[in-house]
Design a binder for this molecule. Structure first.
Ligand code: ATP
Length: 357
């Protein structure tokens, strides 16, 4: 396993800036998720790290050694793709053994390694089947076993769970995490699914338009999103954004709008702000350190374990509230809602950056 450092990497396809100056340092043995919307450059960054794509500019280092011009086969990197990409004409055991055969590993060692990888992926009883005799989930396990069998320095996974049904995806998430704990190979995992990113990554790099916007632990990204984009991309349902005016009153500062006055800890130095608050930090009951206001129920989504309430506040602005359990509300019903002040985020509407208090 290796520490991976990407320095000022740019990759242009004609006029398209797929990667527009990427800097990231990935600790040896860690699990890092690249998260971002379609087209933001996630796959291109993976392909650059694997050597399948040549950089326009910049450098990639493994353990301090510049590997920018090294051929893919000399980097000792393994990839797992969304499409399982297992050889249909080979049995499972031959598929897994394939990378070792290429490296001319002795037969006995191949057998041992195939047993090791298939035990880890719980597919030992499938070794004599052909891929056509496997389910999608089993095929993806074979692809992962084949990727780890030669103990790569870096394991790259590009949306490996996208083709699986919802239940299996959730199961495989925890299995891949467990596998990583056992094998400890430096792993870079691409997804556009924020739940997958939050549950799997030691760290998440949130990307947009060829750039990394924020790189941090899931907790940092959830609790202190650096920009409006990150705040809106991570969390479900999405964070509520309320554009408000800044007013001062007796040396105190407030964000004012929608019938609300939110105390600010200091002068933000601008005339207006965007107040962000996650649906789970708004309640329909008074809580300590919260401020309340009236809103009318617009639409209710009952998920039984939680209830998502869409509300209209002043100026017909809609906000979304998530409360635990199965709560009944009628359309147009008036409710008192409360914002938990410690969980409020403040953004600059021009730069879209977070303002720290
Ligand atoms: N070979 C190519 N030729 C031209 N443009 C390309 C090529 N590969 C990627 N691009 C462009 O580069 C940008 C980044 O693409 P990339 O596939 O890396 O995004 P992504 O984040 O992985 O998206 P997705 O989640 O949809 O797979 C896109 O605008 C894409 O159209």
């Amino acid at each position: 396993m290796a520490r991976v450092v990407v320095q000022n990497v740019k990759k242009y396809f004609g006029n398209v800036k797929a990667l527009d100056g990427i800097d990231i340092s990935i600790e040896e043995g860690s699990f890092v998720v690249l998260l971002g919307p379609s087209g933001c450059g996630k796959t291109t960054l993976m392909r650059c790290i694997s050597g399948l794509e040549k950089l326009t500019e910049g450098e990639i280092l493994f353990d301090g050694k510049n590997i920018t011009n090294l051929a893919p086969k000399d980097r000792n990197v393994a990839m797992v793709f969304q499409s399982y990409a297992v050889w249909p004409h080979m049995k499972v055991k031959e598929n897994i053994a394939y990378p070792l055969k290429l490296k001319k590993v002795p037969k006995k060692e191949i057998e041992e390694r195939v047993r090791w990888a298939s035990d880890l992926l719980h597919i030992s009883e499938l070794l004599d089947r052909y891929p056509s005799q496997l389910s999608g989930g089993q095929r993806q396990r074979v692809a992962v076993a084949r990727a780890i069998v030669h103990k790569p320095r870096v394991l790259l996974m590009d949306e490996p769970l996208s083709n699986l049904d919802a239940l299996l995806r959730i199961k495989m998430r925890s299995e891949l995490r467990k596998l990583h704990e056992q094998v400890k190979v430096t792993t870079i995992y691409v997804t556009h699914d924020q739940t997958e990113a939050m549950t799997m990554g030691d760290k998440i790099a949130v990307m947009n338009a060829g750039k990394i916007i924020q790189y941090g632990s899931p907790e940092e990204i959830y609790k202190a999103p650096r920009t409006l984009f990150v705040a809106g991309f991570v969390g479900s349902p999405q964070m509520n954004f309320l554009p408000m005016k800044v007013i001062s009153h007796k040396d105190k500062f407030f964000a004012e709008g929608f019938g609300l006055q939110i105390p600010l800890k200091k002068d933000p130095g601008i005339e207006s702000v965007i107040v962000g608050i996650r649906p789970e930090h708004i309640s329909v009951e008074k809580r300590q350190d919260s401020i309340g206001f009236e809103a009318s129920v617009y639409f209710v989504e009952k998920l039984m374990s939680e209830t998502v309430i869409h509300l209209s506040v002043a100026d017909d602005k809609k906000i979304v509230v998530k409360v635990p359990g199965d709560v009944s509300f009628k359309e147009s019903q008036l409710v008192q809602v409360h914002l938990d002040l410690p969980f409020i985020h403040i953004f600059n509407p021009v730069t879209e950056e977070r303002i720290e208090f």
